[in-house]
Design a protein around this ligand. Structure first.
Ligand code: SAM
Length: 345
C-alpha cells in the first residue's frame, strides 16, 4: 500500500518479531511473571532484579519492554514511586501456576522451536527438517528427535501439546455433535488433554488415548488427573493394530507425516472402525487458496523445519479422507488456532 511505501511500518514490525518473542520467552524463563503474580502489589525493577538475581539495568530494560508490549502495567508502588505489575493477561497465561498457564508453550518455543527456526532458510533450500543440523540427530522419524535423549525433552513437548487444549479444547470437542459415537479413541493423544475435553463434552461416551509406550508412561506419571475418565493404551499406530472404535481422533497427527504415511494410517482406521463410525481430524487449516490464515502458514513452515508433513486447505483433507474410503467430509473452522474435520465410513 502507499503508506507502507512511504514508511514500511509493517516490515519493521516483522523484522522485530523475533525480538518481541524473545522478550516474553526470557521474562518467562527468568520467572518475572511468577514473581509478580505472587507479590502483594507492584514491584520496582530493582526489587524484581534482586529477587531473580539479575542485573538491575538489564531487568529495568526488560520490564520497560514488557510494558511497551502491554504485557505488564506501570502502577504506583509503595516507597519506590512506581513499580511493574502483571496485566490480567500475563497473570492468566504467562505465570506458571495459573489454571490457564501457557508456560510450557513458551518454554518449548524458546528452547526447541527457536533454534530450529534459525535454519529455516536451509529447510526451504533442502525441503526437509533441520533436526540434524540443530540438534546433531539423524533420526529415522521426527519423533526420535522430538523425544531425544531424556525425559526432559519429552516432558517439554508434552507440556506444549497439553497447553494448546487449554485454549482450543472445548471448541474442538464441540465443533460437531459427537454424542452418537460411543467409543472414541484419540490416536497419538499424548497427555490426554483433548481426550479429557471430549470426555467432558460427551459423558456417555468412553474416551481413550493411544500413544507410544514411553509417552503413555509419562502421561500417567506427570499429567494424570484425579478420577481420570480417560483410559490409556500403549502402541504404535503405524505398526500395530489400533483399538476398535466408533470415532478416531487424529489431532495434529496428519500434519506431521508425509502423504503416503497419512494415507496408510487413514486406510487402517477405515478398515478398523465400526460401520457408521468416523474420523475427526484436528489441524490448523489453511484457506482453500492457501493465502492464509498467517498462523496456519507459519505452522506449515514449522512442519517443514521440524517434521515431515505440512498444513493443508480443506480440499487437501477431503482428498486424503476420500482416498482412504471415508465420505461426507464436514469442515468446521473454529476461528481459533485449530479447526476440525469430520468424515464417516
Ligand atoms: N494429539 C496430540 C495433540 O494434538 O495434543 C499430540 C499431537 S503430537 C504433534 C503427535 C503425537 O503422536 C505425539 O503424542 C506422539 O507421541 C504421537 N505419535 C507419534 N508417532 C506415533 C506412533 N507411531 N504411534 C502412536 N503415537 C505416535
Amino acid at each position: 500500500s502507499q503508506s507502507e511505501l512511504d514508511y514500511p511500518f509493517k516490515l519493521l514490525e516483522y523484522f522485530n518479531g523475533f525480538r518481541v518473542s524473545k522478550v516474553i520467552f526470557s521474562a518467562c524463563e527468568l520467572g518475572v511473571f511468577d514473581l509478580l503474580l505472587g507479590a502483594p502489589g507492584p514491584l520496582s525493577a530493582r526489587h524484581v532484579a534482586h529477587e531473580l538475581r539479575t542485573s538491575v539495568d538489564g531487568m529495568e530494560r526488560l520490564l520497560d519492554a514488557l510494558v511497551g508490549m502491554e504485557v505488564l502495567e506501570v502502577e504506583p508502588a509503595e516507597g519506590t514511586g512506581e513499580g511493574e505489575d502483571s496485566s490480567d493477561v500475563a497473570n492468566l497465561y504467562l505465570a506458571r501456576g495459573s489454571s490457564k498457564s501457557l508456560h510450557h508453550m513458551m518454554t518449548y518455543q524458546n528452547q526447541t522451536v527457536y533454534p530450529l527456526w534459525t535454519h529455516l532458510g536451509d529447510a526451504v533450500r533442502e525441503g526437509r527438517n533441520q533436526n540434524e543440523k540443530t540438534f546433531g540427530l539423524q533420526p529415522e522419524d521426527p519423533f526420535q528427535a522430538v523425544y531425544r535423549s531424556d525425559d526432559e525433552e519429552m516432558l517439554k513437548f508434552m507440556g506444549l501439546m497439553d497447553s494448546s487444549w487449554i485454549l482450543d479444547g472445548h471448541d474442538i470437542a464441540t465443533a460437531f455433535d459427537l454424542s452418537c459415537f460411543q467409543k472414541i479413541v484419540d490416536l497419538g493423544g499424548c497427555t490426554g488433554a483433548l481426550a479429557r475435553e471430549m470426555a467432558k463434552a460427551y459423558p456417555s461416551s468412553s474416551v481413550s488415548v493411544l500413544d507410544l509406550p514411553t509417552v503413555v508412561d509419562a502421561a500417567k506419571k506427570y499429567f494424570s488427573r484425579e478420577n481420570d475418565d480417560v483410559v490409556f493404551h500403549s502402541g504404535d499406530f503405524f505398526l500395530g493394530d489400533v483399538p476398535p472404535a466408533d470415532l478416531y481422533v487424529l489431532a495434529r497427527i496428519v500434519h506431521d507425516w508425509p502423504e503416503e504415511k497419512c494415507l496408510s494410517l487413514l486406510r487402517k482406521l477405515h478398515d478398523t472402525c465400526r460401520p457408521g463410525g468416523g474420523v475427526l481430524l484436528v489441524e490448523a487449516m489453511l484457506l482453500e487458496t492457501r493465502r492464509g490464515p498467517l498462523m496456519a502458514q507459519i505452522f506449515s513452515l514449522n512442519m517443514l523445519v521440524q517434521m515431515e508433513g505440512r498444513e493443508r486447505p480443506p480440499s487437501g483433507y477431503t482428498r486424503l479422507l476420500n482416498d482412504a474410503g471415508f465420505h461426507d467430509v464436514q469442515v468446521c473452522r473454529t476461528g481459533k488456532s485449530y479447526d476440525a474435520i469430520l468424515a464417516v465410513r
